[in-house]
Structures are given as C-alpha cells and as structure tokens.
Design a protein around this ligand. Sequence first.
Ligand code: MAN
Length: 353
Amino acid sequence: MHAVVKRRFDKCLLRPEELTPTGGFRVVGAFNPGACEYGKRVLLLVRVAEMPLEKRCGYTALPVASEGGNLAVEWHKDEDVEIIDGRLVRLKSSGLLRLTNISHLRLVWSDGFTVGSFENLSAIYPSTPYEEYGIEDPRITQVGETFFITYVAVSRHGVVTALISTDDFISFKRHGIIFPTDNKDVVIFPEKINGAFVAFHRPLSAAPFSPPEVWVSESPDAIHWGKHRCAISGYSDEDFMKIGAGTPPIKTPKGWLEIYHSSHRASAKDTVGAYCGRAALFSLEDPTRLTAVSSGPVLVPETDYDKKGFLPNIVFPSGIVSRDDSLLVYYGAADTFTAVAILSLDDVLRSVV
Ligand code: MAN
C-alpha cells in the first residue's frame, strides 16, 4: 500500500516505557492522541493502555475499573476464555467480549515535534459504570474559548462516546454520553456552522445492513445531537472493513478537510488488518455534503514504529494542528506509540479529487 502524499517529516513522540504505570500494571500503549494548540504549545491527550503485572498460571487477567477510578483485575480460567486478537477475548459462558488491557488518558505537553517532561502529568481515569473497561481515543476541538474532548467509553453496556469540556486543562467538566452504543470516532468541527455544532461519528450496527459509515450530526450545545445523516459511505472498490473519522476537521479554501481512517481486511497471518489515513473534503457551507475524497491513502504504515507493535501496520490519525502550509498529523502507531507526520496541506488538497 502506498501513500499518495509524501511525508515531510515524521517522528515517534512517545513510547509506552516512557510513562509511569498505574500501581500493579504495566503500560503497553501510549497511542491515539487527541491534539490541540494551547498557547504556544501543542497539547496531546494520549490513550494509555495498561495490562496487569501479575500473571497466574492457567488464568487470564481481565482488567476492570471501579466507579472511583481504581483499576482491579478479574481472573478467568484460560479454558473459559477464547482469544480473538491481541486486544480482545470472548467469555465462553456469556459469549461477551472483554478487553485484555484497560485505558485511561494522560496530558502530555509538546512543542509540536518533541514532547516535554512525563512527570506529574494530569490523568483522566475511567469513573462511571459506562467506563469500567476503559476510556480511549480522545479527540480535542477548540470552539471559541472551550476545548471539547470526545472519548470512547467501554463497558458491559457497549462502546459509547462521552464528552468532557475544559477551558484550561486543569478542571474538566464531564457531560456524560453523547452518542450511545455502539458509536466511536466522534470529532467536533472547530466552529459552529449555521448556528449549530457539527460532528462526525461512527455508528456501528449489530445487524449490519451496511458496512460501517461515517455519519454527521448537529447540536445546539455539543451535548444533544440530531439531524443524523450519512457523510461517508463505507462502500468502496477496496476491501475496507471499517472507516471512521480521524482528526477534527480543518477549514481550508477548498472545504472542510477531514483525515479519516480505513481498516483493511486482515491477511491470513494477522488477526487485524492494516489501518491507513485518507482525506475527504466537505462543503464549507454544508458540512454534510462530501465533495471529494483522496485518490488513495494519505498516510500508510511506513516506519518501523508503524509496522511493529502491539498490533502491526496501524496508523490511526486522531489529532491535527495546521501551521502555514503544514499539517501536523498526530496519530497512534501500531496501537502502541504516539507519532507525528507532517504533510503539506497543498499536497493533501491536490490528492483530493
Ligand atoms: C476495538 C479496538 C480496541 C478498543 C475496542 C473498544 O476492538 O479499537 O483498541 O479497545 O475496540 O473500543
């Protein structure tokens, strides 16, 4: 797979071993970061995935968070558990899925190209029954003075998206679930359009009449969403398994630019297929109207850290900062690392036809 746009610069910014683990756990991933500019700095909100340190022969450890945010471990006999992939197992008794790791979010300061100290980082831990299997994949959008953080919450109730807002990244207001099960990859536009907040999201049906699609919705307050419509259909000549919005949209002269991800059918030897980033343009006046998509992927697994990790060959764009003609795309590499790739805005716009 080749990218239709050449990277101008790339760098692995954060590795799991650089972060202090929660007591009793080890960090296995520091990836899928939300990103925004804050003053002169770039703030990254990283998904930190952890696995229990303790091992018991013949048992599988499944992590779980209590309502107070403490992480604990449940032990299940190996024979009662079926392994699906590196991330997931199925409990044979109920047929239900569980994650082998549990995620929380941590703030990391950056100048855009390097990251600062990892000490005393603010963290957001799971804290409601809807977050008992972890919180994941944050996206940050500044609208006016307020930063809106959407994130995925996973629990026995399913996979949902919740909202936090903050003005200073010191105090955070939780607004609860904004898109119920199953829905993830929610990115909010950086300005209101015709008086409404607008967001892309990815509903996932248990009774699939369609492949997964990106949808677009509107809201008066970023909490109550309606006017749901399909924005990018999953149908394609290629063997897409899933698509989902990636980075919050950026306003360009040619329209709203969205870098979204596509996942591909797994080859026989892998359990999870490759993930790439693609570009789509939406009308400036009517952000529900898709005007063009890139002729191919704009970001593909290229570097060592994209290709080797917890799950190989994954680039998952989740944050973006635009500086002059450069797009600083922050992404999760191999479900393990946080990385940045710089693309030229002109190149990306030229690839969208
Ligand atoms: C998928 C992957 C995982 C994630 C779960 C729950 O299996 O994206 O990384 O933990 O969904 O959201």
